[in-house]
Design a protein around this ligand. Structure first.
Ligand code: PEP
Ligand code: MN
Length: 359
């Protein structure tokens, strides 16, 4: 599978770069669907998305109109000429979507995690020339994502692509679904000819930040964007906080910087960009860890305050720094570097504890 060549459907179909897929989280009513589609005609979006079977995390929310909405989506194509895409989660969904000539079928994050479900869908659409886009699984597991893509490939689906929608985590971050860019970058490494679309809406979970995530995706050479769009986002029946209006979408795509593929562009430059992103990502993680460390240190400070114990425990500090030096040297880091960095961390920790103890 490592050397798999995927069809160059983006080029063959003369689809725009970046490919912009837009439309509401859910198809709510026929009027809503058509109104959004006509507004999107004035933007760079060339593919209309709408969820008609909605995989909701908890019951009791709007779960979509189901097959009843398929003729509405077909009407979008008829009236606007846009390509259309819906999420399919079962073999039955797949059959219905094919009957209504939906152009692109996407597999949701909650489906990708389940090899049985993926295989059933793959069997149901064997050999189709429709485009199938596989979202990443909700958990950060590259092999599971690749496995789902592989099942469709083995079923003779040639026009494949992936959608990066971020990964869920129990710990609250600034994202609804943490992008963990290294994972789609690794997917690109494994399958260089597989187009990857970024879904900033489900990564951000709110309108703020969508532009930045789109820009990062383009900087990482993603082939397209899938952005949830509604004429009245606040009153959307699902994912109200993250949807944007078609006019905001137009502003965003206008401001995005698309790095052109220059023929003379060196392979090494591309690699450099990816490696720098990787470094930024790691630095971000370092910062998050420092923050977490200071939280723990402050709790130690509280205990010291209660027990009226001195902040600096010399023997403990000697033990910590010596242990780090030994381990660091083993990892190929210089003693000087380890000393510097842990002294700085220690200094910062003392300051945080001072604040607690003397408050
Ligand atoms: C969606 O695109 O509306 C959706 C349900 O996404 P995900 O599968 O990424 O949660
Ligand atoms: Mn949604």
């Amino acid at each position: 599978m490592e050397s798999t060549n995927f069809s160059t459907w983006l080029k063959n179909m003369e689809l725009a770069h970046p490919l912009v897929i837009a439309g509401p989280c859910s198809a709510e009513t026929e009027e809503q669907v058509l109104k959004i589609a006509h507004q999107l005609k004035e933007t760079d979006a060339t593919v209309f998305r709408a969820g008609i079977w909605k995989p909701r995390t908890r019951p009791g929310n709007f779960e979509g109109n189901g097959a009843k909405a398929l003729p509405w989506i077909a009407k979008v194509k008829e009236e606007t000429g846009m390509l259309t895409t819906v999420e399919i989660a079962t073999a039955q969904h797949a059959k219905l979507a094919l009957e209504f000539d939906i152009d692109i079928l996407w597999i949701g994050a909650r489906t990708t995690v389940n090899p049985f479900a993926v295989q059933e869908i793959a069997d149901a659409i064997q050999g189709t020339d429709k485009i199938v886009l596989v979202k990443n699984p909700i958990n950060p597991d590259l092999a599971l994502w690749m496995g789902a893509i592989e099942r469709f490939h083995k079923a003779g689906v040639k026009n494949l692509g992936a959608i990066h929608r971020g990964f869920s985590s129990y710990k609250k971050t600034k994202y609804r679904n943490n992008p963990q860019w290294q994972i789609p970058i690794d997917l690109k490494e494994k399958y260089p000819t597989l187009p990857i679309i970024c879904d900033p809406s489900h990564i951000c979970g709110e309108r703020d930040g969508i532009f930045d995530v789109c820009q990062t995706a383009l900087d990482l050479k993603f082939e397209g964007l899938m952005i949830e769009t509604h004429f009245d986002p606040d009153n959307a029946w699902s994912d109200a906080k993250q949807q944007i209006t078609p006019s905001r979408l137009a502003e965003i795509t206008e401001d995005l910087r698309v790095r052109k593929d220059r023929v003379e562009e060196k392979d090494s430059l591309k690699k450099l960009t990816n490696l720098r992103k990787e470094v930024n990502n790691l630095d971000q993680q370092l910062l998050d860890l420092f923050e977490e460390r200071m939280d723990v240190v402050e709790n130690i400070g509280k205990v010291k305050k209660e027990g009226n114990v001195a902040i600096l425990q010399r023997s403990r500090w000697q033990e910590v720094i010596q242990g780090m030096i030994n381990q660091g040297v083993e990892k190929g880091l210089s003693q000087e570097f380890i000393e510097k960095i842990f002294k700085a961390i220690h200094q910062e920790s003392i300051q945080h504890q001072e604040r607690i103890v003397n408050s």
